[in-house]
Design a protein around this ligand. Sequence first.
Ligand SMILES: C[S@@+](CC[C@H](N)C(=O)[O-])C[C@H]1O[C@@H](n2cnc3c(N)ncnc32)[C@H](O)[C@@H]1O
Ligand SMILES: [Zn+2]
Ligand SMILES: [Zn+2]
Ligand SMILES: [Zn+2]
Length: 423
Amino acid sequence: MELTKECFYCTQNNSVFMDYPLNEAIFGLESNFPRCLIHYQFRCDQCLGESHFNGISWCNSCKNFTCVRCESERIVWTDFFVNSYYYEIKCPNCDAWNPTLDYSEFMMEHPFQLGVIIPQSPVNVWIQFSSDYLEKQPSLEFNERRGFHELSKFTGYKDSSFSVPNVLNPVQNWSEIAKDWDNNFDVEGDFHHKNLILPHVLDLITDSDGVVLDVGCGNGNLARILSKSGRKVIGIDPSDMILFAIEKEQIKPLGITYFQETIQEFLQRSQSDFKHIVLNMMIMDVEDLRSLAESLGKLTIGGGEVIISLLHPCFDVSTKTTIKFPQDSQHNEDKVFIVDNYFKEEKSWIKFNISETKTVHFHRTLSTYVNILSENGLLIDKMVEPVPKDSLYKTDPRETFLDYDRIPLFLILRCKKISSNFP
Ligand SMILES: C[S@@+](CC[C@H](N)C(=O)[O-])C[C@H]1O[C@@H](n2cnc3c(N)ncnc32)[C@H](O)[C@@H]1O
Ligand SMILES: [Zn+2]
Ligand SMILES: [Zn+2]
Ligand SMILES: [Zn+2]
């Protein structure tokens, strides 16, 4: 038995206008967007190709259809049905700009409504505004299916290129956020540090001899973990984050040495023979990656290693959008991630829910990281894209299930320094 389906667009329009007739779909029955005759395709009189009804216009003076592929179009921003814009297409005969059929239907000027074209099969045509005008509101589900332009209105979407104030300064931001950050951390860090990042960072440090240099050590949580496992640790960080590390060291000394400075400043007066250097979740905060990598190359002894954890440059880019169908679902299986503008290396920001201060980050492609590191003698010999441990599904199901096991939001690299006198 064949089930009948209502047209996707009729249903959309009916969500705004109660008197909008719901037509049975006759096209796209197997898809998510079954469509009726009026909401399917029309043939362009110029190229004779078929076009989606929102990409073709009717000229009622010349009695012809023109598609958006054949003539120039311009965009008109206006709210109608559940849309926020339509196109106008220039008629090649009379040069008039005619709206695409989605808008002409709204204006009661669709050729079916005007009666100038008789549909080849019966279709209920919407014929007048009723008193129910705008009594219904479009439901969220409809908006969610309306492409990337609509997605940009969602809160999860960030177009960082226009949202980053120039005053953002990575070190200053970390100084401002330091107290809240420190308060929010328990001994092992937050959920991500504890479950997805630090276990791998610790795993990748090969042997137990030699000092570990923790670059961008923040409040010193990794430094303390390393120190408690018997390592000698030096922590450096230019922001006031390090004051919390120093304070903890004063209260309960573990023998960790801290310096409030950048890696570049540290390099000026340090010996360059580190066997182990760690950069935990800090490399995206540094604007001058070349200078950082150069310093790392110089500070590492030949055969030594640099371990770097970062926001995954392919999946956790600043323009990543998270959407849910429907948006208010609390199930991760209803969620999709959309990554766009991967190649746009740009500044962006993150606002952690612990503070009003935003922290600034720099998105770069994976190849930029790999190439700049290797130009400084640091060759990647191991990569980890963390997946949650089974036990995490029990303790933190909503955080974990069908979420961190779908795409990696973190990346952990181990680089080996190829020779002592490189570059
Ligand atoms: C996200 S925090 C990470 C802190 C710590 N590693 C952790 O995982 O908790 C990034 C840190 O990098 C530091 N940082 C930024 N630029 C730096 C540079 N050029 N040299 C050293 N540290 C830097 C910031 O001050 C900040 O404390
Ligand atoms: Zn329809
Ligand atoms: Zn055409
Ligand atoms: Zn015309």
